[in-house]
Design a protein around this ligand. Structure first.
Ligand SMILES: *[C@@H]1O[C@H](CO)[C@@H](O)[C@H](O)[C@H]1NC(C)=O
Length: 308
């Protein structure tokens, strides 16, 4: 009797295990905070971005900072596009500014620690799509240097691998599809993305950039960096909406904290979006990248660009 009951229990647990594996995940009904965004293609969505996200400091004398608040705080403000620049230091991958680009060095810590914070966010926020844009000025190896950081932080299983490359702006999945698949982190890299790691996507064949480090608060728009066979309109688009000051006309650029409330205001962001729209098929930008993402109205501007 006992044995029969035991065998039934075993059979039942096998059946429910098989069912559990076969049942699709419950479909997301809220995506990046909005029901409407679940059916919105990634290429037709505007995301708030943080420029040099790892270079945060509350200290106003940290001249090489571009942000005031840390990664978890940026994410809780609604930032869903994190940009940062990495270098090798003592054999490890760090997010750093370098003096060779006229910036005072700022060590934003290990890339793997940064990515671990991203993983914590992803675990706690299962209905969020996130984009990472990392710059790799030294062209460090994807397989030997970058992938291990993604693997040890646990971010790799969340990364999206497009079915073909380059992906046209109109071909990206919806936010709902990305979330339902569990592969909801899109990773771009500006240099050295040679295809050796399938989820580290080369930036410029799919995302064009206007000039960066503008010292002109009207942000004149032009196509500064682009690659590959796709037209500009078939690329994703972004605003480098971060204003710099030329320190005593020395050519040393520092981010303009004083004007950040105006720069990150609705008027300035919309003017920049309108200035770039003719180059982007009349569409809103996909990414609005700011310095001091905690200052101003970045999230409200992005919501409005998304039609809310
Ligand atoms: C999304 O599509 C609408 C309608 O065509 C357009 O107005 C908007 O600019 C698009 N946004 C993006 C980011 O492509």
């Amino acid at each position: 009797m006992f044995r029969v009951a035991f065998q039934i229990a075993l059979a039942l647990s096998a059946i429910s295990g098989a069912l559990g594996a076969a049942l699709p995940r419950k479909r997301a009904t809220i995506c990046n905070g909005r029901a409407e965004l679940c059916s919105r293609p990634y290429g037709n969505t505007t995301f708030l971005g943080s420029h040099d996200s790892a270079f945060f400091s509350e200290n106003p004398f940290a001249l090489a900072r571009d942000q005031e608040v840390d990664i978890p705080s940026q994410l809780s403000l609604g930032v869903r596009f994190l940009q940062s620049q990495a270098h090798e230091k003592d054999g490890e991958l760090h997010f750093c500014h370098t003096s060779c680009v006229c910036r005072i060095l700022f060590d934003g810590g290990l890339v793997v620690d940064y990515l671990s914070q991203v993983k914590t966010f992803l675990d706690a926020n299962p209905n969020e799509v996130l984009t990472l844009l990392f710059t790799n000025p030294e062209g460090l190896s994807l397989t030997d240097t970058w992938k291990p950081a993604f693997d040890s932080s646990g971010v790799t299983p969340f990364t999206y691998v497009p079915p073909q490359q380059p992906m046209k702006r109109s071909k990206w999945p919806t936010l709902g599809e990305l979330i339902d698949s569990g592969r909801r982190v899109i990773v771009f890299m500006d240099a050295g993305a040679d295809g050796s790691v399938d989820f580290i996507l080369p930036e410029f064949p799919m995302l064009w950039e206007p000039p960066f480090d503008s010292t002109d608060s009207s942000f004149p728009c032009s196509v500064d960096r682009i690659e590959g066979p796709l037209s500009t309109q078939d690329h994703l688009s972004m605003l480098n909406h971060n204003l710099d000051i030329d320190l005593f006309d020395t050519g040393i650029l520092i981010s303009d904290r004083g004007h950040a409330p105006t720069t990150n205001g609705i008027t300035s962001i919309f003017a920049n979006a309108n200035g770039c729209a003719p180059l982007a098929g009349g569409l809103a930008p996909n990414f609005v990248m700011l310095d001091y993402a905690n200052v101003g109205q970045g999230k409200t501007a992005v919501d409005r660009l998304n039609g809310f």
